[in-house]
Structure formats: C-alpha cells, structure tokens
Design a binder for this molecule. Structure first.
Ligand code: GDL
Length: 549
C-alpha cells in the first residue's frame, strides 16, 4: 500500500462504538480512503491496561470489526500504547506484549502500531542500566516486536517526540529522533504531527527536515480536527494548510478528528478530497488544485442529505420500514380545528445553516468568515458605543455615527437571529444521531450569541426593565464555564495566549502631557472600563465622572 490515507481514532474520551466504526469504514471506502488506526486513548486495553487480554466477548467484537474493515478495503491497524508503565529491560514485559499482539493477530489483524505519545520521558532505574536512552529502549522493543510478527507490511511507531516543539534543541539536532532514525528498522514507519501537536500549517520544508533525521517519510497523525482538548469546540472547517505537494513526500496522512463520531463528516470528506488532488496516472503525477472552501462546500452539501436520514445507527426513535405498520398513536390523526393551535411543523435544515454552523466551529486557529464578521462587528459596536448617546450630552448623538451604529447593530442582530434559527432547524432534524453529537455545541453557541445580542441591545439602550433584571441577576447560563470559566475570566484578556503575549513581554510607552484632542479617546477608555466592570450595563454616571476627571 503506497500511501496510507484515513483516520486514526486516537483521541482522549469515549471511544467510538463498533457500529460507528463500521459506518466509518463504509464512508472511507466510498470516499477512497484506505486506512484506520485503532488507538482510542481511553480503551483500557489499548493503553492503561495494555497487558490485559481481550475477553471472549470483546474478542468477538474486534474480530467482526476487523472483518468489516477488510470488506471495505480499509487497512485495520491495531495500535498498542505500553509506554505509561512498561519496563523495557524486563523480558517478561516483552513476552506480555507479544502475547497481547498475538491475540489481536488471531482476530485477523495484520497491521500494527506501537505508540509512545504522551508519556513521561523518565526511565526507571532498571531501564537506565540497560539502555543508553529512552529512544534506544523504545526502538529496541519495537524492532523486537516487528521481527516477532515476521515483519508486517504495515507497522507504525509513534515517538514520544512526535512534533517539532517536543524536540530539543531542534528537529535536526534531537538526540531522540536521531536515535530513531539510526536504529529503528527502516521498514517501520514513524508517526509525526507536524510543527506542533495541533499544527496550523504543515509545510513541505518541515517534512523534508524531519525526513532527513528519521531517515524515512513520516505518516502524519493530524490533529487539525481533534477537539478532545476543549469541550466547547468542534472542528467543522475543511482540511487545510497542508499543501497537496506534501503527498509524494509522505508515507501517509491520518486524521485524528472530533471525539463525537458524527461531527467528522467534513473532516474526513475534505481529507478525501485532498488525497484525491494528487494521484499517479501511469508515469505522470496528476496534481489538481485543492481549494479548501470548495472542498468544504462539497462536504457540506453531502452532509446536508445525512441530516434527513431517519436514525441511521438504530438509536433514538425506533426504525420503521416502509411496509411496517405505524403504531397507533392517540394524536396521529389529530387535525386542529379552525380556532385551535396549529400543529408544529419543522422547517427543513438548509445548506446555509450548515455553512453557518461550520463557520462558527471552524478550525483550531481560524474562525469561518461569518463567525469572524460577527466578532468584528461586535468589537466595532462595543468600541463605538459612545456613538449612541451613551455619554449624556455627547455631540455624537443622532449624528451620522449614531445612525451607522444603529444600522450595524441591527445587522448584528440579524446575524444572531440566523444562529438561533439554525439551532431551531437543527433541533428538528430526523437524524437524531447527528443532532445529539451536535447538541452541546449548538446550545453553547446559542447562549453565547444571545448574550452578545443582549449586550448590544444594552449599549443601544434597547433593553426593557425585565431584560435589565436578567442582566443584574443572571441565570447560571449568564456566567458559564464553572471554575475553569472563572479562571479564564481572571486571566489577562481571558486566555493563555494573551497571558504570555501581554503580561510578560516588555513594552515601550511614550509618556506625554494630556491635550484637549485626547478627550474623546480618554472618555471612550473610561466607558469601556466601566462597561466591563458592570458587565455591560450602562454605568453612565460613573463613566462620566471618571472620564471627566
Ligand atoms: C495528542 C495525542 C492525541 C490527542 C491530541 C489532541 C498525538 C500523537 N497524541 O498529543 O491522543 O488526541 O494530542 O489533544 O497526537
């Protein structure tokens, strides 16, 4: 198999079900992908209790799963992660590892991986005596297993230093990677996540560099669509910022996507489009343009169809064949009278809804265009709040600026309304499997947007007394995130990036005397401060006196 393409189930959290994995294989085959790396961090027998053999029931399930992968021409690669507690120098440990892998071999699996990601790099005293470094110990054990299995065609190794940021002092000079390059059998492939754990961009040059060191083309384990590190995010943007020219320089590309199975339609579909952009036609290589926005559009159009499928995986409401009798329901033939309430009818989900959804939950380092626009507008409305007569007596009141502010506030409100409508249509879709995977995220964004919307109304003085009461004494969804949320709010500018970018970097200021021309800027700052302190409620009096002072 020349280029491995597909999915690694390698995230933390609830592993996918067998039925979801079978569905994954169907999709992979349909979209031309060929590999699946089984590495769910929280499958006990993959990592924490790697020594334990599978029970007969588990064995049966895995055997069926592997058969299903074969039927769909998807290479099933079983990964084991013994690194948390293995003693490399103890022969019993090697025997245990072999026995475990032999069991999986017995299930019909012929491709394997040994993973050493996310472990302590410290060796125990016994290993320190036996090996010159952690890399030597890991490589020794991996080579041994590879030989024992009579050199499987596909055998992967995930180093502990699996991305550039983990390498000291650099990729080119990393003793760890140099050992891997020197000592790991050349037929064993090496996994690599790129410059970072979650890489924004993976450039051709960066791959050429690591290839030199590890002496083979890596298989990318791509975390671009992973969401196990942030419960408020899912990644619905397109596979991007990995140039198609990478393909001939790689041994494979596997994506480790969102924990929620149904949220990966876009991630996997766009990866497949990316893979198809490069193919070998006889002696010629064919490189098609890969345009992420187009790939996304294609994926979303196909995903839209899935939303109207009735309960594909058999959960939720019972599945009904066309010839099955519909159970009698008391309200099944209820027809409202002329003066009765109309029956609820669900509006169908639209492609625009899905585009908006993807924009709101795009990629780790990037928001989609509409989300960006909403953030920019909110920022503008907040920064120009003095244009709406916020400061009594301000000369801006009812001027062109005031009109512009109100027009933009109205536009912002419409964008917020579109999010609420999207939520309503999503919550009515037939495919409850997708909905349930989406639910927490769409609830969260709806609350976030509603709060922003209320805030803008407050600045525009469009709040009623009851709105004001809600702001003064909010329900718990007015201050979300629990203790973690509190921590975030207490940090400068609410986040890690800003803590390091703003607080600890020296800055140069020019100090000069105050002049008359500074007045409006000073008043604006004082308003913003007061606004923040009162969580958005107009504190005009205080702001006035502070600004004036
Ligand atoms: C990681 C883990 C992976 C996890 C991902 C995103 C690798 C090789 N390992 O470091 O299990 O899902 O980050 O949180 O990527």
């Amino acid at each position: 198999m020349s280029f491995l393409s597909g999915v690694v189930e390698g995230f933390y959290g609830r592993p996918w079900t067998m039925e979801q994995r079978r569905e994954l294989f169907r999709r992979e085959q349909k979209w031309g992908l060929n590999a699946y790396l089984y590495a769910p961090k929280d499958d006990h027998k993959h990592r924490m209790y790697w020594r334990d053999l599978y029970t007969p029931q588990e064995a049966g399930e895995l055997q069926n799963l592997i058969a299903s992968a074969n039927e769909h021409h998807v290479e099933f690669i079983y990964a084991i992660s013994p690194g948390l507690d293995i003693t490399f120098s103890n022969p019993k440990e090697m025997a245990t590892l072999k026995r475990k892998i032999e069991q999986v071999w017995g299930f019909g699996c012929r491709s394997f991986a040994v993973l050493f990601d996310d472990i302590e790099p410290e060796m125990c005293p016994a290993d320190k005596d036996a090996f010159s470094s952690l890399a030597s110990a890991q490589v020794h054990m991996t080579n041994e297993l590879y030989k024992h299995l009579r050199k499987p065609k596909i055998f992967l190794f995930c180093p502990t230093d699996y991305c550039e940021t983990f390498c000291t002092p650099s990729v080119a000079q990393s003793p760890y990677l140099l050992t891997v390059g020197e000592k790991l059998y050349p037929e064993i492939d090496v996994l690599w996540t790129g410059p970072k754990v979650v890489s924004k961009v993976i450039s051709v040059e960066s791959i050429e560099e690591v290839t030199q060191v590890i002496k083979r083309a890596p298989v990318i384990w791509d975390n671009i669509h992973a969401n196990d590190y942030d419960p408020q995010r899912m990644m619905l943007g397109p596979f991007k910022d990995r140039p198609v020219e990478l393909i001939p320089k790689l041994r494979g590309m596997l994506t480790n996507p969102n924990c929620e199975f149904e949220l990966n339609f876009v991630a996997i579909h766009t990866l497949a489009t990316w893979c198809q952009s490069y193919s070998h036609g006889g002696n010629n290589r064919i490189v098609k343009d890969y345009i992420p926005q187009e790939a996304l559009q294609l994926a979303l159009s196909e995903w839209l169809v899935e939303f109207s499928v009735q309960d594909p995986l058999g959960g939720g409401q019972p599945k009904r064949g066309a010839d099955e009798e519909v159970p009698m329901q008391t309200d099944a033939c209820y027809v409202p009278g002329p003066r009765d309430k109309l029956l609820f009818t669900a509006e169908p989900l639209t492609l625009d809804d899905l585009i908006l959804l993807s924009d709101l939950f795009y990629l780790p380092y990037e928001h989609g265009p509409t989300a960006l626009k909403m953030l920019q507008e909110l920022h503008w409305l907040k920064s120009n709040s003095n244009s709406v007569g916020f400061v009594p007596g301000s000369s801006d009141r009812n001027t062109g600026k005031d009109t512009e502010w109100r027009a933009r506030a109205e536009e912002f409100d419409k964008m917020c309304e579109a999010v609420v409508q999207m939520f309503n249509r999503l919550s009515n879709v037939s495919n409850r499997q997708i909905l349930y995977d989406l639910y927490n995220f769409i609830c969260d964004i709806k609350s976030g947007v509603t709060m922003a919307r209320d805030f803008v109304k407050t600045i525009g003085r469009q709040t009623t007394l009851s709105d004001q009461q809600k702001i003064d004494d909010p329900e718990p969804w007015g201050f979300r995130g629990g203790v973690s949320g509190e921590f975030q709010r207490m940090l400068p500018n609410h986040g890690y990036k800003d803590v390091f970018h703003h607080s600890f970097r020296p800055k140069a200021y020019i100090i000069r005397p105050y002049t008359q021309s500074d007045q409006s800027a000073v008043q604006q700052i004082s308003q913003e401060v007061m606004c923040e302190e009162t969580h958005g409620s107009p504190a005009t009096k205080g702001a006035m006196s502070l600004g004036d002072r």
